[in-house]
Design a protein around this ligand. Structure first.
Ligand SMILES: [Zn+2]
Length: 199
């Protein structure tokens, strides 16, 4: 799936990282790896408190992933991308920080839910992990200002699909900026959550 994200331009160079939590360990893409060319034997294996067990060293952004696993027990995987449209939206100054990917289509509600915009933090500064922890697990996805999205799912495919849905919705929101548009109503959102459930 990481190769597919790379081939379709959701991740360039060594940007972006993916992890999965399996029992008491986290499997994580290695530092400086490219999502298009992962070597299975180099996948990093660490304990949930970050102790390196095998494979290459994990991505330097592992603290973003750990913060979600610590606060959202239902999260089985985390995807972090610097995908173009979501990152563009993360630089826009007049978006609602509590709902920065508003309910434009049913699928973004079903797959991603409400998305919180987190203030800009220098890459590698573990304060970004503290900001995620402070959300108490109430959000399945966040957008790091001027950086990109961090998206969780119950497993790798759900997290990847949610990251793709977030990216496509960010693209639609930017295409529609300045145009009169109809968003889903609160009733629409409640109906979707009651029929399809909320992750
Ligand atoms: Zn990043």
């Amino acid at each position: 799936m990481s190769q597919s994200l790379y081939e379709r331009g959701f991740s360039v160079g060594s940007a972006g990282n993916i992890s999965a939590a399996v029992d008491d360990v986290i499997l994580m893409t290695p530092t400086n790896s490219c999502l298009g060319f992962l070597d299975p034997v180099k996948i990093s294996k660490v304990t949930r408190d970050g102790r390196h067990l095998s494979g290459d060293q994990p991505s330097k952004e592992i603290f973003l992933h750990k913060a979600f696993y610590e606060t959202r027990p239902q999260a089985g995987a985390v995807v972090h991308l610097h995908s173009t449209y979501a990152t563009a939206l993360s630089c826009v100054t007049d978006i609602d920080p509590d709902d920065c990917i508003p309910p434009l289509t049913p699928y973004v509600v079903m797959r991603v839910g409400q998305v919180k915009l987190l203030e800009y933090v220098r890459p590698g500064d573990e304060k970004a992990g503290d900001l995620i922890r402070a959300l108490g697990g109430h959000y399945a996805a966040v957008l790091l200002a001027n950086h990109g999205p961090v998206v969780t799912g119950k497993d790798i495919s759900s997290a990847v699909y949610a990251a793709e849905e977030l990216e496509e919705t960010a693209k639609l929101l930017l295409m529609l900026r300045g145009l009169p548009k109809r968003m889903l109503s609160d009733e629409n959102v409640v109906e979707l959550k009651s029929v399809f459930g909320a992750y």
